[in-house]
Design a protein. Sequence first.
Length: 91
Amino acid sequence: MEQHSEGIKVHKFYLSYKVDGEVNTGWYYGIHIRFAKDQLLFQQPDATDIMDWTYENPEDLRNYLVKQNASKVNVMMRLKDQPIGDQPGQV
């Protein structure tokens, strides 16, 4: 936590979010979590699935990231296994 000259306390929040299905993480600052999420959305307007990991067990974050990556790999494998004419958006 940092304190500015006006007495406002600024906190650091460790957030995860998705952009185009890809999970990202980063530190965002704010006087509260909503402000930090707004900062993230200002920098990444397409971000979805925003989660705060600041006070969570790092092992839980690791498990979440592994699960998200496994899910993405499964989707890619299913698309790869479809015949060309059966892929979404193709005739």
